[in-house]
Design a protein around this ligand. Sequence first.
Ligand code: FES
Ligand code: FES
Length: 148
Amino acid sequence: MRINGRDADGTPLPGQCLRTFLRQEGATDVKKGCDAGDCGACSVLVDGTATHACLVPAVRAVGREITTLAGLGTPEHLHPVQRCFRDAAGFQCGFCTAGMIVTAAGEELATSTDLPRAMKGNLCRCTGYRSIRDALAGTTNVERPEAG
Ligand code: FES
Ligand code: FES
């Protein structure tokens, strides 16, 4: 698989989830939260679609293009969704932030008119939803480039 535009170094093991494999590959921006598909901290884009990486067997991602938060933009050239979160200070401890931004940047959400529904798989344990909502509101006004 490709991770943020580079070929993975290793090979997924049978039974290994995509989240574990990505972190082994150095993508520590993919967080380990509930490990049960509930919190969205591990969200990544798989071929442009927001996915909970803890629910996907890593072997099923072979041949796919994976994008994590780090693959969306750089500090000099932030992805528009990253910019919206920065401008709205859409975070507290930041643990959920990577997953929130990745999901919001996902292709499905780009065309969604029901933002709260589209984000229902991403939880914030700090419960700072007001600033997250403000950040997401900003994303409806930005042009979305292709992820990756
Ligand atoms: Fe994957 Fe919570 S760690 S959804
Ligand atoms: Fe702390 Fe969301 S900002 S978990």
